[in-house]
Design a protein around this ligand. Sequence first.
Ligand SMILES: *Cc1c(COP(=O)(O)O)cnc(C)c1O
Length: 453
Amino acid sequence: MTQKKYVLQESDIPTRWYNIAADLSSPPPPPLHPATHEPIGPEALAPLFPMELIKQEVSQERWIDIPDEVREAYRLWRPTPLIRATGLEKALDTPAHIYYKYEGVSPSGSHKPNTAVAQAYYNKQEGVKRIATETGAGQWGSSLAFACNMFGIEAKVYMVKVSYTQKPYRRSMMQIWGGAVVPSPSPDTNAGRAILAQDPDSTGSLGIAISEAVEDAAMREDTKYSLGSVLNHVLLHQSVIGQEAIQQMEMAGEYPDVVIGCAGGGSNAAGLMFPFLKESIQGHHPKTRFLAVEPASCPSLTKGEYRYDFGDTAGMTPLMKMYTLGHTYMPPGIHAGGLRYHAMAPMLSHLHSEGLIEARAYTQNPCFEAAVQFAATEGIIVAPESSHAIKGAIDEALAAKEAGEKRVIVFNLSGHGLLDLQAYDDYLAGNLIDDAYPAEKVREAMEGLPVIA
Ligand SMILES: *Cc1c(COP(=O)(O)O)cnc(C)c1O
């Protein structure tokens, strides 16, 4: 019988994070000061982040030790299983072997605690009492609330309003873990009040919520800011996913031909891909392909431009070079709230621009169709975000069938969808719209980008 699950021991949890910056032939362009457009040094980030995370943000070291307290926290749910999708393979009648790394086994149900516990730990070490953050679908907010609770820190979460209404149970999770949650745009910050004055019915966006959380942290001495994706140190922490998957693929006696992740800000995709990319860059497996899958209504990699832009709507963050749709772009309220970010992690953007990572976009209905097929064949009801990776994996498996080739596919199943059943109801009732790409809205947003000399 084919082995179904590849399970590691707690002693196999990685002891170091992998930093892909050490293995790049050309470094990604530096972040720039929002006003002067000069490259910024680490000190510019000091009001927002603890020093140790800033060091990681700019580090060129290949390996960074994981503190014992963080590994201890990881032991609650790591190592996560790697599962062979035998049921899905059979249903597709494909010669491809499909594996998925299942990050839904964490307390909050996604990959996000991998970085949340690390960030809470470093803040605690540096005496921070309170962390402000934003959340889209609520996965990040709940993960950070969980981690803050673990390390005795207060959490204030600005939650994108469309998700606050659509996904009330994630708010409950944050509150159970002791976090304070408000819908964004909120009246608690200047950024929120300005948006509400223009558009009282604003459904919010990750960009707006980031502006609010950054402002909160910048205004208070006892508070730092925390980001659940996009930044280098977040991608770094997620490298435990790929490092474990490499060990598990060795147990299976196979190596992936294609590695797939859904991409919102880029952290779970990077977490799975970068340790495998290291193997490719070093020439061990040069033919392996890497595929980031995004929603057609927020297609930063496939339709955006590779330019300097702000990370938030209000234009308060440093400028980062990334694939962007424009920082004022407001994506439609699709159910995969975690994929509604206007841009893509600078590191993942850089690797895409160098041709190392491919990208593809899908509309919602085919993704939910893939998710329902997955639930029927593998049992797990996945997050709407993760359904994009599944749709990508299914299409790769069907392409392998077409070519008559046994290809090995590994994708990241970034989270379960047990708190997203409203989305499934809407899909099953035929109420989901496949939004066309809003070219005009993107064009308008792109006009607002700063021009860098
Ligand atoms: C947040 C989230 C995502 C998107 O974020 P990335 O930084 O792109 O990984 C994807 N899947 C799930 C389940 C999430 O919670």
